[in-house]
Write a protein that binds this ligand. Structure first.
Ligand code: PLP
Length: 402
């Protein structure tokens, strides 16, 4: 075919051991997943509270489909905005202590929309936005900041002081400081008070937090922050439904003006079919269940069990107390072989390589869920020990190969 670069790019990825592919899932339930006729205990998904299978969430989904149909059928600014959307938005605004919220069909779109609308609301807009984000922000944000912002600067992971120098050394009129409440590949938390302190030195600074992996996992009622009062000073909160809430879609919350502005200028909102109203209804039910605490208690018990058993078995764990527990192996070949070996032992974990994580920080991304049993976690630990012994592996931040 024309476009020979397609072939070149694929060959290059394959040679570097970095070619990605999709796996076909035939069913999943209760922490178990079936891929190609093989049953595996699933430690790779983001269903941290197990709500994607919850009977009440499924019931709401079904009722929503019966009441509103299979699609919103239009952009929210045409006729795709239903009362289910409004109801969910007001609960999300309340959870994150913001005045207003709006829904998107995906977190990727939400992050894109924030950067696009703040940096380039329309093609000839003239103001200058500098985006300063943690180096480990998710690709959906990084891509957007690189595409839209007049200047994009990445500070050393979790070091807000390093962000200050980008603000001091540049001349943008406005700065958006962004980080993640819980980092998607590392599971550690952002130093929120340090980020908020950056606002003290300049007026034109907004702080944004991507709470995709924090909501449902951290803080009172799963609000995403250990200290919910910090929301008072955060200007933009973004969160997703495809993780703890077990559905799909995303939200952005902030001041009423910010939300009205995004509804007017965010192209990913205006020119896209609104989130399916049945999903909004199911997410509303998931939110109620998420806030009760029982699911979060089970998740944290599982996190504690995993960490305790890891330490007891000399498996190096990171500074993560969230559902994401990475084990660093280093080397894309190592990490792929390790995940295939684990899969043969009946355990599914994510094999994360560059460009998702830096070179030599390739990892097994283990995710825990309230739907795992203690036996599931013991099986995971057994599998990790067998992997280490048979493959002569050491876990940790060193260069390894199998
Ligand atoms: C931190 C973070 N932000 C945004 C997204 C994008 O969310 P979605 O999957 O809803 O597009 C993800 C998805 O993995 C994420 O991890």
């Amino acid at each position: 075919m024309p476009f020979g670069f397609i072939q070149d790019a694929l060959v290059q990825r394959e040679q570097g051991g970095l070619l990605r592919g999709v796996k076909t899932v035939t069913q999943q339930q209760q922490g178990l997943i079936q891929i190609d006729d093989k049953y595996l205990i699933n430690f790779a998904g983001n269903d941290y509270l197990g709500l994607s299978q919850d009977q009440d969430v499924l019931q709401s989904y079904t009722e929503g489909l019966a009441a509103f149909g299979a699609s919103s059928t239009a952009s929210p600014v045409v006729c795709g905005y239903h009362h289910q959307h409004r109801a969910l938005e007001s609960r999300l605004a309340e959870l994150t202590q913001q005045s207003s919220a709006m829904l998107f069909s995906s977190g990727f779109a939400a992050n894109q929309a924030i950067c696009q609308a703040l940096a380039k609301p329309f093609p000839n807009s003239r103001h200058s936005l500098g985006v300063v984000s943690d180096k480990l922000m998710h690709a959906s944000f990084v891509e957007a900041a690189m595409s839209y912002a007049q200047g994009y600067y990445r500070f050393a992971h979790n070091q807000p002081n390093n962000a200050q120098k980008f603000i001091d050394n540049n001349q943008h009129e406005h700065y958006l400081i962004a980080s993640e409440g819980v980092f998607s590949m590392d599971g550690d938390c952002a130093p929120v008070s340090g980020l908020l302190a950056l606002k003290a030195r300049k007026n034109e600074i907004c702080v944004m937090l991507d709470q995709a992996h924090a909501i449902g996992v951290i803080g009172k009622e799963g609000c995403g922050l250990e200290d919910p009062q910090q929301y008072d000073d955060i200007d933009i909160v973004m969160g997703t439904f495809g993780k703890s809430l077990g559905t799909q879609g995303a939200f952005v919350a902030g001041s009423s003006d910010l939300i009205l502005y995004l509804q007017n200028f965010a192209r990913h909102y205006v020119y896209s079919t609104a989130l399916c109203p049945a999903i909004a209804k199911a997410t509303d039910t998931a939110l109620t269940k998420m806030m009760t605490g029982a699911f979060r208690a089970s998740l944290h018990e599982n996190i504690e069990t995993f960490r305790r058993l890891s330490v007891a078995n000399d498996i190096e764990v990171s500074e993560s107390y969230s559902a994401i527990q990475p084990i660093i192996l280093s080397g894309s070949t190592s990490v792929i072989k390790a995940s295939e070996f684990l899969s043969d032992l009946g355990v599914l974990v994510g094999a994360i390589r560059t460009p998702t994580v830096p070179k030599n920080a390739e990892r097994l991304r283990i995710t825990l869920s309230a739907s795992h049993s203690k036996k599931d976690i013991e099986s995971l630990i057994d599998a990790l020990c067998i992997l280490r012994d048979k493959m002569k592996l050491e876990y940790g931040f060193r260069e390894r190969c199998i």
